[in-house]
Design a protein around this ligand. Sequence first.
Ligand code: GDP
Length: 447
Amino acid sequence: MFDALSERLGSIFDGLTGRGALSDKDVSEALREIRVALLEADVALPVVKDFVEKVRERAVGEEVIRSVKPGQQVIKIVYDALVDMLGSDEEENHLRVDTPPAVVMMAGLQGSGKTTTTGKIAKRLADRGKKKVLLASLDVRRPAAMEQLAILAKQAGETVSSLPIIPGQLPADIARRALQAAKIGGYDVLFLDTAGRTSIDEQMMSEAAEIAAIANPSEVLLVADALTGQDAVETARRFHERLPLTGLVLTRMDGDGRGGAALSMRAVTGLPIKFLGVGEKLDGLDAFDAKRVAGRILGQGDIISLVEKAAEHYDAEKAERMAAKLKKGEFDLEDLAEQLRQMQRMGGLGGIMGMMPGVRKAKEAMASSNIDDRVLKRQEAIISSMTRQERRKPALLNASRRKRIAAGAGVDVADVNKVLKMHQQMATMMKKMRTKGGMKNLMGMAQ
Ligand code: GDP
């Protein structure tokens, strides 16, 4: 699906990696080309803009790792931004069907592959999770759809069954009957395959909304045909307005569409992509993995892991250097800026704090001092408006210098003072902690 895009990006990257050094102009030119490539692949315009801006920001803020070429570093930045765009939270991409009987409601337009996908996911749960699965079709207008689901259930495995069809029953009543049957029959998962239409209509939406209210599903998946491009994105957006969707399945990823819909979907709807349909058969389903998709599009796996390793090494070296400085009781504003950058890289304060056990107190203290991620960015901007000399020797910062820095960073002098005060407090704290040893960065401090 991403062949054309992949080829375009490949040639842009070839141009970048061939060189030893990159000027701002080189990076801007590459970004312009990436922008065109994404638009040509039919990625939604706002998504492209966001993406390019993010890459630009990171490319500017990134420290140069000496052991890799700048072009390689840019590829890694593009890769990371692509993973973010596709949804980097792996947990979120998993299907939640833990408490039996877990209800999975399927929604989507007719022909999107909804019924087939229901069978595919059921087979997967039966094969890999040894789950007992019940399938129920609520498409009362199309008896053929009901029969299709019954056939799929048979093909999906021994532990997959379909709810017996009772002609003339209303969708809401079928849903209730299915819930009952799932409970009594000891099923782990119940799929409710709702009726689709060829286009979005009010009756379909209100029917689906009613089913969602009755069945209290743990997942409401929208199935969308990736080959329909931006129409699929628009469909998802409209469904999301009416239904408590929890995720997306993109079908026909085995076709040769331009791929833009698949790439825009997550960013436009905010919903995680859970599966990709990659064929007509029941095993034509892939669990969605943003890294794998991004890797396939960029096709630069070696470079990406090379940069990752180099960055790890580089961070470790930096931490060592920092530790050595602290041992000597030095902590200047450059060190503070580095700490702020590290905090941002780790997903901001929420990220770092969330990772550490037993830091409730520190977390509360941070929360009450109103430090959030925007503040981190502003503080970093303030420090970067200082000269190198000022960063190394904060004592130089008299009133007129502070005024200049505030103007440079677009903040008030009071904000500059706050940063200086924070630096002072931290330096003092670091000095005190020096005797305890083992402190490498802020993470250590909060432990
Ligand atoms: P529904 O109306 O949304 O329930 O759609 P169906 O499940 O009946 O699927 C419509 C057609 O699309 C069928 O012929 C399926 O075999 C086909 N289909 C579904 N998913 C995929 C997919 O991922 N790849 C391909 N190539 N075909 C698919």
